[in-house]
Design a protein around this ligand. Structure first.
Ligand code: ADP
Length: 375
């Protein structure tokens, strides 16, 4: 018995658990060695006089345990150790009964959970800090966004105003030039050259105005039943003069009527842009082939050329606004990179699409797919 008692004592004093025993009155009658690590010595004191038990609401719980035998568990109770450092403990308390089953005393065990609680507290503090930072950044981003929007608005207002302001003097110059051309006898070529340059500037301004109004979502279609075949035929006819300057032949076999619901001017602009590019990026003495294929209620208009072609890396971007391939620089082709972005918008607004295939130095094919009106 004596040896067993010694062994019990050893176990109790070496276990990494704080153990206290309370008598029926609530006096602390025993504490083990580990208890001293977590708290100041307390033996023979009544728990109702110890601030820790009062503050953590334990007096009531131990009271019920000693009178009714109700075990309890209380987590994260806060105290300070003999060095004054914070300690958090989880407590489990059970009754000790005599041989008649009467409650004699209470056994209370506590484990140190300081590390876990402090980590948890630190985590929640960091979390709060993070939330604060996110909030701060969101506000900052919101302000930057506001600024950006006002700059964008300014930019599009500037483009709209500048294009408008420049177009008026340009049309006056053009008129005067025509008058001068009529009155003068020689130097016709010079007039034509000046006229061509004016036309280029006018086109750039018109593209800028259109892309601006597209971005501002102000551009609308004027839809009506249109014969796509006639539209393409007329466009090609207009483009032939430009193609002849580079000795480029445009091949096109007439088709029967192809009714589409479209905006005549916009669709004309789309095909003018594509054919103009085929001429611009085509080789002197080359060819352009325009074909129309009908497939599942769609008209597929393809414009092929045997020009300079488009590098593979540029192909996915040519429909982005302001995008120009390196080939333009290599061949000294002027432009603004807006034509195809406008073409894409026009095709998509007609519930259609546009795509390109190309082989460097061999040529390119642009295909416009548009829905046909059912008869
Ligand atoms: P721009 O001709 O003013 O540069 P576009 O938007 O019309 O602008 O065309 C974008 C780019 O696509 C051009 O810069 C050119 O590199 C390429 N591209 C378009 N059409 C052709 C074509 N038929 N052949 C070769 N490259 C083309």
């Amino acid at each position: 018995m004596k040896e067993l008692n010694i062994l019990n004592g050893k176990i109790i004093n070496n276990a990494p658990i704080s153990i206290i025993v309370l008598n029926k009155k609530g006096d602390i009658v025993f504490t083990n060695s580990y208890f001293k690590k977590l708290s100041k010595p307390l033996v023979s004191k009544n728990i109702s006089q110890i601030p820790f038990f009062v503050r953590e609401g334990l007096v009531h719980l131990y009271g019920r345990l000693l009178s009714e035998g109700k075990s309890f568990k209380k987590e994260k109770c806060y105290t300070t150790n003999s060095e004054g450092k914070p300690v958090y403990i989880d407590i489990v308390a059970v009754p000790i009964k005599d041989s008649d089953g009467e409650i004699e005393s209470a056994l209370s065990m506590a484990v140190d959970v300081t590390k876990e609680v402090l980590t948890e507290l630190e985590l929640s503090r960091l979390n709060d800090q993070l939330e604060e930072k996110v909030q701060e950044r969101t506000t900052q981003l919101g302000k930057i966004n506001e600024k950006l929007n006002s700059y964008l608005k300014l930019k599009s207002e500037f483009i709209a105003d500048a294009s408008h302001e420049l177009r008026t003097p340009l049309s006056i110059i053009k008129l005067r030039l025509e008058l001068l051309e009529r009155e003068s006898r020689g130097g016709v070529e010079t007039f034509e050259e000046i006229n061509e340059e004016i036309n280029k500037i006018t086109e750039i301004l018109s593209n800028l105005t259109l892309i601006n109004s597209i971005e501002e979502k102000k551009e609308k279609l004027n839809l009506a039943k249109t014969d796509l075949e006639k539209l393409i035929f007329k466009t090609i006819k207009r483009m032939r003069i430009l193609a002849e300057n580079k000795k480029i032949k445009i091949a096109y076999d007439r088709n029967k009527e192809i009714p589409v619901k479209g905006d005549f001017e916009k669709l004309e602009r789309l095909f003018v842009n594509i054919i103009k590019n085929a001429i611009k990026y085509g080789k002197e003495g080359g060819w352009i082939k325009v074909k129309i294929l009908i497939q599942n209620n769609f008209a597929l208009v393809s414009v092929s050329d045997n020009g300079i072609g488009i590098p593979k890396k540029d192909l996915p971007h040519i429909f982005d606004r302001f995008y120009r391939s390196d080939m333009c620089i290599k061949y000294g082709k002027s432009g603004f990179g807006l034509g195809l972005a406008i073409c894409k918008w026009i095709a998509e607004q007609h519930k259609g699409s546009i795509y390109a295939k190309s082989s460097l130095d061999k040529g390119s094919t642009f295909v416009v797919k548009l829905p046909i009106v059912k008869r």
